[in-house]
Design a protein around this ligand. Sequence first.
Ligand code: 13P
Length: 262
Amino acid sequence: MTSPLRKPFIAGNWKMHLTLSESVALAKEVRVGCADGGPEVALCVPFTAITVVAEAVKGSPAAVGGQDLHWEAQGAYTGEVSAKQLADAGCRVVIIGHSERRRYFGETDETVNKKLKSALGADLIPIVCVGETLDEREQQKTYRVLETQIKGAFMNFAPAELSRAILAYEPVWAIGTGKTATPDQAQDAHTFIRKCLARGISEKLAAGMRILYGGSVKADNIDSLMAEPDLDGALVGGESLKAANFVRIIQFRTQARMERKA
Ligand code: 13P
């Protein structure tokens, strides 16, 4: 069970899915499932859907997020969107460095670092994604990969600047594969990440930073994942497109967490 220092955070990553009318319908169903006093919730939607989803969840505990941003405030960068534009459209959150951006669009630790600076400057809550591939895990390189990605992302920031940042551990082999990390595997990676933050940045930041798990999170595995002490929430892909399943994920059972640890 997560520390009381860290409020659980459940984010949906809709990736490149849904039309506007489908987006509004899903957002409205999620809205109904978000109770005050539950975890923080964010819907990270395609750029085109930000304004309509923001309208659909207005006044509810659910926030809207982007899935990427450019690091410059404005300029001749065809096809890109800035932090300020995301905030202006209704976003409070933005995903940075998702493995799909790293794999298909040349995202590097250096661009993640620049995007993080820009997101924090616009008062967005950044969700910085890290995670190893299957190859890297099989070659026992998981810790090294995580440490490099975290150092690269958080380079040249004062600890206080990072207090709003969220990390998401998303092992690439678990994304969209149905092969969820076991609670023990996830807890092991999260513990390592927290140690890395304590060693490299500050103990206080490490204790307060929320670390989400992502990769085939489902209604039937969220309770056991959230039972782990260093899992502070989830970044959910496919299952965030199914209203009932996502609402069940948001409503993960505290009872189940206590029973499992009892
Ligand atoms: P899935 O939940 O579909 O595995 O996707 C995870 C993810 O990439 C969230 O960012």
